[in-house]
Design a protein around this ligand. Sequence first.
Ligand code: NAP
Length: 281
Amino acid sequence: MSVLIDGKALAAQLRQEIREKSENFRRERGKDIGLAVILVGEDPASQVYVRNKIKACEEVGVKSFSYHLPAETTEEQLVSLVDELVAADNVHGILVQLPLPAHLNERRVLAHIPPAKDVDGFCAENVGNLAMNRQTIVACTPFGVMKMLEKYGIDPKGKNAVVLGRSNIVGKPMAMLLLNADATVTVCHSKTKNLKEICAAADILVVAIGRAKFVTADMVKEGAVVIDVGMDRDENGKLCGDVDFENVRDKASFITPVPGGVGPMTITMLLYNTVLAATRS
Ligand code: NAP
């Protein structure tokens, strides 16, 4: 029987620590830690994400500055807001909710956020520092996964770690973090051959592909640690992950559920990164 990795409980514990740090910051520096969140347009999923981020800020005593701009905002207008926030010394982190409407160039917009305020850990300098195993700001979801492994006493050192998915926000930084933690890392993607065999050799399997219940029990080694980043819908429209949880859970030593696994850690690590950015400022 596997141990369920409880992301909700760990997130709650970390948020308590973050709250204490933000209170210390206020006491020592006489001001709040500030996070600016910019949403452009009316994408319903993005609106939910932004609302949750603002709510989470309130919970830990981080001041949020929320900007909801109309879908027809020009790149010039958006960049000018970002530049203003870059210059504001009560704003320690800037987050532009993605995806942006198609007429806006994400790369050009994000390039205006300096590494020190890039609390998503997406910019080239922060990613480069991660690749070189230097102090940096790490993308929230993979950072949350590392915290979960640490909390449950799972040391990646010397283990075969397989990361399924190579996106810039999850798969690639996840692979770099595991490599930095001395795992032997294989990264798989849609063109990978022998996917099943590679996954079945993993001591630690992190799955982030966005395909409901894709990883079945025959792809998992007995006793493997299985981390499911996916947030998908099953055939009945119910939230599920990339892993066939019911059938995989008996084979795994540790496994994350969906919901209640990686999800709650992501926003928590955003708050964590914001506090980090503020204390380094
Ligand atoms: P993404 O940008 O769409 O990337 C998906 C990756 O999976 C790509 O590298 C793709 O390969 C690979 N892939 C897709 N189908 C595959 C297949 N059949 N076999 C092997 N590899 C395959 O997705 P993402 O942003 O990384 O997100 C992945 C999942 O995590 C989604 O369900 C998303 O909702 C979820 N997510 C959850 C959180 C959270 O907080 N829990 C945060 C972020 C994302 P190619 O590169 O070859 O196309």
